[in-house]
Design a protein around this ligand. Structure first.
Ligand code: ADP
Length: 625
């Protein structure tokens, strides 16, 4: 802040100094030119005046020498006067003087060139006039004054008129110098007499003023000689501001601060002892100097502004360069970070790819293990079933053998009736055996095409038929519940229920149900009475099949492990521990779930939830199987 103030102060000081210096130089130069021009002018004017005066200088002398003039002074009779008058008139006209006249030694004008004019000088007394006094004394009289008769100002040159070595009178020539003063207010010209009284001036108001105060004696003498017609001679209000040389001064004419200033150039005329002064207005010099100072001031301010602009620009450029450098650095840093991050990401990507491929491999392995497990479970169930079937078939086979032996004997005996009865029994036995093998076919699953739609009634029907033997003596109840209304009713699996279709492979659904019912049968074995409740809860989008038994339930510690593969609590040879694991994965594959819990009033509950299939026309091929 302080630095800025200082700079501002220095700039303002510089501006003032530059303007001041310019003004001073320009003014001095202007004054020099003005002085030179004024000097030329004053010299020229002074020379012009001098040559005019000199031209008339000898005229009174010639007059004084003329016999007519001398004659009239010696004997002032009428013929001489008239002759002299005419001579003076003629001479005056030719010489272009204002007036020429002759004065007697007593001061009375005896003859004049204007003798016939009303304001004729003839008869007028001039004894008080200095030019008369000087000439009478024998010298040359030179005098400027206002005419006592004509009241016109004029320059008087006089010579004594001598006859026989005696002064008999005075010859005078009056010149009007008014033409000389001109009327140029811009470049005034004044002529002062030996007392400093202005008698010629281009400024009429300045006339008959003094440029320096008159002493009492001088004022008296002017009054006595009636030089300026008895009028008052006040001083001209002139203030000398500066003296450049002896004959050149800067003056202010008139009162007040705003009075015009002039360069006054003075020349002494010599004889007569006059001063010619030319005045040249200093205003143009002042104006020029002021204009120059203003131009320089503007230039200075412009330069300052340019310098300021340049400095700002340089600062901006520097700032821009710095910003660019920062940006470049940031860009490089970013690039580096991106490269590092990309490397990290590539590495992570590689890692992920590796993990994905490992997982894919693991998944494939799992899937194949799963398939293998299913297969193993099937084989295990098949083994169990084979044992059951073998047991089931052995009995009818033995009966068949017995019946056939009996029939042969009966036929040999001719007992047709009994033989026929035996054959009917054989037929019944084979039908029963067919049913058993048919169930086996069903389980293996390749007996009919698979379907992703599993009607619940058919699946339950097949499973119940398959487990018919084991279910003998077990109280099985089937219920269907509408989840929306809560209405419950008995479920008859032998009837068609086209609305209750699950989105699942039908054989797999049967496999799950066989597992659940098999486990329930295992759990309730030996109980009196064993009871299994199958409940179908039909919701809008799902079908939940729960299998509940009245067995011992599932101990809390093994509940979380139920669905682990190979987890079993059964004795060797009775269970592989795969049933629930496979059932759960089948449910998951079908987009459903399998959950286990204990019922509040005892027994285990397994709930298989599947997505409900959209209702469609019943498949005539599968509906009856
Ligand atoms: P497995 O029947 O071969 O043992 P599962 O996976 O079908 O294999 O069953 C695992 C275990 O779950 C069984 O060993 C048994 O302890 C238990 N379990 C299954 N169902 C029931 C049930 N209804 N009541 C009590 N425990 C059961």
């Amino acid at each position: 802040m302080t630095r800025r103030l200082l700079i501002l102060f220095a700039l303002v000081a510089g501006l003032v100094a530059a303007c001041g210096l310019t003004w001073s130089i320009a003014w001095q130069r202007g004054i020099d030119i003005l002085r030179h021009n004024a000097a030329v002018r004053v010299d020229r004017t002074a020379n012009a005046l001098k040559s005019t005066l000199e031209r008339y200088e000898s005229l009174p002398y010639l007059l004084a020498e003329h016999p007519f003039v001398q004659d009239v002074l010696v004997s002032p009779g009428a013929p001489n006067v008239e002759r002299a008058n005419r001579y003076l008139e003629d001479l005056n006209r030719h010489a272009r003087a204002t007036a020429s006249y002759i004065i007697q030694t007593n001061g009375t004008c005896i003859a004049a060139s204007n003798w016939h004019e009303p304001e004729s000088f003839v008869g007028a007394g001039y004894q008080f006039r200095p030019y008369f006094v000087d000439a009478v004394k024998g010298g040359v009289g030179r005098f400027f004054g206002i005419g006592t008769v004509s009241h016109d100002p004029g320059y008087y040159i006089s010579q004594p008129v001598r006859r026989d070595g005696r002064t008999v009178g005075v010859a005078v020539v009056k010149l009007n110098l008014e033409w000389f003063q001109g009327a140029d207010a811009a470049e005034p010209l004044i002529v002062t007499d030996d007392h400093g009284v202005i008698f010629l001036s281009s400024m009429p108001a300045w006339k008959y003023h003094t440029v320096r105060p008159l002493s009492g004696a001088v004022a008296d003498s002017i009054f006595q000689t009636r030089q300026y017609a008895q009028q008052e001679i006040p001083p001209l209000p002139v203030t000398i501001e500066r003296t450049l040389e002896d004959d050149a001064q800067i003056v202010r004419v008139g009162g007040g601060r705003y009075a015009p200033r002039y360069l006054a150039s003075r020349r002494a005329m010599g004889e007569p002892d006059w001063q010619l002064i030319t005045l040249a207005s200093v205003d143009p010099v002042d104006a020029d100097a002021r204009n120059d100072a203003i131009v320089v001031g503007f230039g200075y301010v412009t330069l300052c502004l340019l310098a300021f602009y340049w400095r700002m620009r340089r600062a901006r450029v520097r700032e821009m360069m710095r910003s660019r450098e920062l940006l470049q650095r940031a860009y490089a840093e970013l690039n580096q970070r991106v490269a590092e991050r990309t490397a990290d990401l590539s590495q992570a990507n590689e890692q992920l790819k590796k993990e994905v491929s490992e997982r894919t491999r693991a998944e494939q392995e799992l899937r194949s293990a799963h398939d293998e497990l299913i297969q193993a479970s099937k084989l295990a169930a098949l083994g169990q079933m084979a044992a059951g079937i073998t047991h089931e078939l052995n009995q009818p086979l033995a009966a068949l053998r017995g019946f056939s032996d009996n029939t042969r004997v009966l036929l040999e005996r001719g007992d047709q009736e009994l033989a026929r009865e035996n054959l009917e029994a054989i037929a019944a036995l084979t039908e029963r055996m067919g049913k058993i093998t048919n169930q086996l076919k069903l389980f293996v699953g390749r007996a009919r095409p698979r379907s992703a739609r599993a009607p619940l009634a058919r699946a339950l029907r097949n499973v119940l038929a398959l487990l018919q033997k084991r279910l003998a003596g077990v109280e099985v109840t089937l219920t269907v519940v509408d989840a929306e209304t809560g209405t419950r009713e008995c479920f008859d699996p032998s009837a068609e229920h086209p609305a209750l279709v699950a989105n699942c492979d039908d054989l797999r659904l049967e496999q799950v149900l066989i597992n659940l019912l098999g486990n329930a049968l295992d759990a309730t074995a030996g109980l009196a009475p064993p009871r299994i409740e199958i409940e179908i809860e039909a919701a809008d989008a799902t079908l939940a099949i729960s299998v509940r038994d009245n067995g011992p339930g599932i101990p809390d510690d093994i509940l979380p492990r139920l669905f682990e593969p190979f987890f079993t609590t059964k004795e060797m040879g009775h269970g592989l521990g795969l049933g629930l694991a496979i059932s759960s994965s089948i449910a998951r594959d079908a987009g459903g779930s399998l959950a286990a819990r204990n019922a509040p009033d005892g027994g285990a509950v397994f709930v298989l939830t599947l997505r409900r299939a959209r209702v469609q026309a019943i498949d005539p091929l599968t509906a009856g199987s």
